[in-house]
Design a protein around this ligand. Sequence first.
Ligand SMILES: C[S@@+](CC[C@H](N)C(=O)[O-])C[C@H]1O[C@@H](n2cnc3c(N)ncnc32)[C@H](O)[C@@H]1O
Length: 511
Amino acid sequence: MNGQRKQHPRDGQSRSNRQRNGQPRNNQPRRARAHISGARIVAYDVLRDVMDRDAYANLALASRIREAKLDARDAALATELAAGTLRGMGRLDRIIELAADRSVKDIDERTLNVLRLGAHQLLSMRTATHAAVNESVELQRRVANERAAGFVNGVLREISRSTPEQWDRDIAAKAGSPDEALAAATSHPSWVVRALRDALRAEGRDGELEELLAADNAAPRVNLALLSGAGIAPDELAAVEPDSLNARGMSPLGLELVGGDPAGAISTAEREAGIPVGLLRVQDQGSQLAALSLVHAAPVRRGERWLDLCAGPGGKSAILAAEAVIEGATLRANEVSPHRADLVRDSLAGVVEIASPEAIEVVSHDGRTHEAYGCGAQTHELFDRILVDAPCSGLGALRRRPEARWRKQPSDLPELTALQGELLDAAVAHLAPGGVLAYVTCSPHLAETRVMVDRLLKREPGLRELDAKSAVRTAARNGETIDLAGDHLSAQLWPHRHNTDAMFIALLSRD
Ligand SMILES: C[S@@+](CC[C@H](N)C(=O)[O-])C[C@H]1O[C@@H](n2cnc3c(N)ncnc32)[C@H](O)[C@@H]1O
């Protein structure tokens, strides 16, 4: 470790100094409040929302920014502060521990959050030291223990004395194993690093691990889907709205937001290009391809019955519904949570406007029960295409949800994989002969992906796996150029290789 850093931040300060920094004496006049930007207060509040109330960072950010009436510049700063700090928390905590010479467990939560925000500004945003430190000290005075303001000042000044690269070398030197070092440097839990390596290794691509971990830490561009039936193609729309949209990415429905905010771009496009409300929507292009691969897995016959078994909040259902209208199929969208089933209804409202009323229905049942399939006491319903977009660990969408990597534990997996297996068994029992089932997860964890499919194929000898890689390529824009690795028939998309969430797609057919 850096020899200069051996001094504890509070060492070398006289008692009176300490009191001046962190603990004003009762007989001293209180200082006038220094300036602190609204963005920093919002970012701090979001960290608290996420940690104390289990809030989703994206939702908490939107509501705190609205409440604080931040302008666009401050909203962007608050977003970078909060999302960047949450993503980088693993690395920041290791650096704070070295700088403070104590475990983060021994620092009270509020102070620790102020330190994390300050450290993120110093190490990743390259904010000027005086601004990052002074505003953090002021933030500490306002929202946390005022007496620890001197401690915050000392730790952050200590952090500012070395470069980020030096700190990374120091935390690597402290790590107990190469995996732990990589986990700390890239701010991922070690078990996630191992799971991602295993998944890449199954494709013979474990050399891509560091690229993947870096991609998880980069905020993705917002992507949109322009549903079939909108009356205009994505490239035509991009030509009409070149300042906000670009027809880039793997999905033939896909657009990338290049300027402005998504809500503004959508309403402008609806107004200026006459797109029906609800047909242009925010959606990852990997998710778009996962839904489209089910449609492209085999030629569609008119009158086919399609089922989306785990539909909430309805992103893939909307794509399937729009395709079903064009192909003359019907769609049943099921979601176990009634609240999320309402989100599916909202999501499908735009397509329902252009569909015949009986073509699309939304229901709310447990996908493991007959009700989800519309079966009565004497009837057993079968479907020609079933999408099982299963509840999963979400390890494939870490770049989108800054807090997600810290929420899941390896101990969550047995329950999830048991549910995934039961949903698959139920779905297979309602798959028509010749029908196609797409099993999709936004996790690349092998226990949720290949292992799940291989076990299902063993349990159900009447099932045959189809070539999902071909279906993805057929569905995609410039599909022949897509690099899908590994010998399996399933397709695994990756943030670093495909600029999508890490979606897993397997296609199964009943002979
Ligand atoms: C990965 S999400 C689906 C995402 C959705 N397909 C989309 O693209 O918007 C999984 C969904 O499965 C639902 N779910 C969980 N357990 C279920 C069950 N037993 N039956 C049906 N749905 C379930 C969850 O509530 C969640 O909405």
